[in-house]
Design a binder for this molecule. Structure first.
Ligand SMILES: Cc1ncc(COP(=O)(O)O)c(C=O)c1O
Ligand SMILES: Nc1c(O)cccc1C(=O)C[C@H](N)C(=O)O
Length: 426
């Protein structure tokens, strides 16, 4: 699929062409690694990824053998688990060397830990920069910390459909900016930020960077190493397929680790944890960014979810995501533009992650009508239909049928029978 999503040679809009793309798809064998319980067309792998077939047995092993049989005797193997699986995630997904990633807490809690750690490294600076359309939890955590510390939060006025570019960040940098908080792939539009140039601009101004990788981990290559990015956080339940509420991860560049301190001084970050000292002394390495007892079932699930990614390789996965979103864009241009839809993501596949967002004035009603037909997208405010394509689990056939269903719904006005008022949970 070309950069501008022109139809490939011989392409047509028929169902057979989608089937032919599936037949030629090198990622197709990985569909067999996941559970497809019914015929639902699932276009929401960027909210909650599918269940890997190996996960139930893996969890049963942790529950039955490690917990049920070995009980506390499992702790020697459990204590290293958060950093061992963090290392694996670092190598396979984030492209960084061992000793810089740990599995811990939720993304929200990790944001709190690392934003505070970063601000403490720049004590003379009083400003945090954040994109105004960053994911809400990132905004809220930054706002809370800014209020608690009495510092300023400056919002980058990014384009809702195109995300941030380096000039926007560069123009806002000054010698008062301590930290820039951005998402690598924007949750609403899928816009991919230029991590390398933005980090370079921040560093030139003496600021640190913290990247939210929730929508990029497992969908695109992440140039943390090339960018010499400082800090990063992300969740594991989207393209990493670790399941609802699975623990998140954090990344701290190695040379920052000895100076950085996070504010939750739990005993899992204590140097000699079982020395039971009264006084806190931060552990070395990534252990100092842990807090309390890690969730062993959750970490096992993260480890299991990494198997397919490690086998396929992130390069092939990124290419798959570009082809899927490119194909979806072709169909959207042909079928949905005449029905008042517009692409609300960057048009070039290389400028976005693995989801494609469409604008439509009645997007909420369309979303409900789709779900009633067992086609699962996401609605995102104010009027966006977000279609998440998970390269390991979404087929071209699903893309074709999903977009065809949207076309059928809107052509006959079926969506107009659904409530206009947004439900609390979407
Ligand atoms: C970009 C981004 N950051 C953070 C989160 C959520 O963080 P948490 O796992 O703490 O709910 C999400 C999705 O839920 C997200 O898309
Ligand atoms: N984490 C979620 C949840 O607990 C409930 C519902 C949705 C989510 C999501 O992950 C949403 C997702 N991060 C988004 O980009 O919108």
């Amino acid at each position: 699929m070309s950069e501008h999503a022109a139809p490939p040679e011989g392409a047509d809009f028929g169902h057979d062409f989608a089937r032919a793309l599936d037949a030629a798809d090198p990622l197709r064998p990985y569909r067999d690694w996941f559970v497809y319980a019914d015929d639902t067309i699932y276009l929401d792998g960027n909210s909650l990824g599918r269940l890997p077939k190996g996960t139930p047995a893996r969890l049963q092993e942790v529950v039955g053998d490690q917990w049920g049989r070995s009980l506390i005797r499992s702790w020697p193997r459990w204590t290293e688990f958060a950093t061992a699986v963090g290392d694996r995630l670092g190598r396979e997904v984030l492209g960084v060397d061992d000793g810089q990633v740990a599995i811990s807490d939720s993304t929200t809690v990790n944001l709190y830990k690392l934003i505070n750690a970063a601000l403490d490294l720049r004590p003379d600076r009083r400003t945090i920069l954040i994109e105004k359309d960053n994911f809400p939890t990132d905004l809220y955590v930054v706002q809370g910390i800014a209020q608690a510390r009495g510092i300023t939060c400056v919002y980058l006025d990014s384009d809702i459909d195109r995300g941030v570019d380096v000039s926007l960040v560069a123009d806002a940098l000054s010698d008062d900016v301590a930290l820039v908080v951005l998402s690598h792939v924007a949750y609403r539009s899928g816009a991919l930020a230029d991590m390398v140039s933005i980090t370079a601009a921040a560093h030139e101004a003496g600021a640190l960077t913290l990247w939210d990788l929730c929508h990029s981990a497992g969908s695109v290559r992440i140039p943390l190493r090339e960018a010499t990015a400082d800090f990063a956080v992300g969740c594991t339940y989207k393209y990493l397929n670790a399941g609802p509420g699975a623990p998140a991860y954090l990344y701290v560049r190695r040379d920052l680790q000895s100076q950085a301190r996070q504010p939750i001084w739990g005993w899992f970050s204590q140097r000699d944890q079982f020395g039971m000292d009264q006084q806190y002394a931060a552990a070395d390495g990534m252990a100092r960014f842990l807090t309390g007892t890690p969730n062993m079932l959750g970490i096992a699930s993260v480890d299991e979810g990494l198997n397919a990614i490690a086998d396929a390789g992130i390069g092939q996965i990124q290419e798959g995501g570009r082809l899927l979103t490119g194909y979806a864009q072709l169909l959207a241009d042909e079928w949905l533009r005449p029905l008042d839809f517009a692409v609300a993501s960057p048009r070039q596949p290389s400028r976005r992650g693995a989801h494609l967002t469409l604008h439509h004035e009645q997007a909420w009603q369309v979303c409900q009508a789709m779900i009633a037909r067992d086609v699962v997208p996401d609605f995102r405010t104010p009027d966006r239909l977000r279609l998440g394509f998970s390269p390991l689990t979404t087929s071209y056939d699903e893309v074709w049928r999903g977009l065809d269903q949207i076309r059928q719904i809107v052509q006959v006005g079926e969506h107009l029978a659904f409530p206009t008022e947004r439900a609390a949970v979407t």
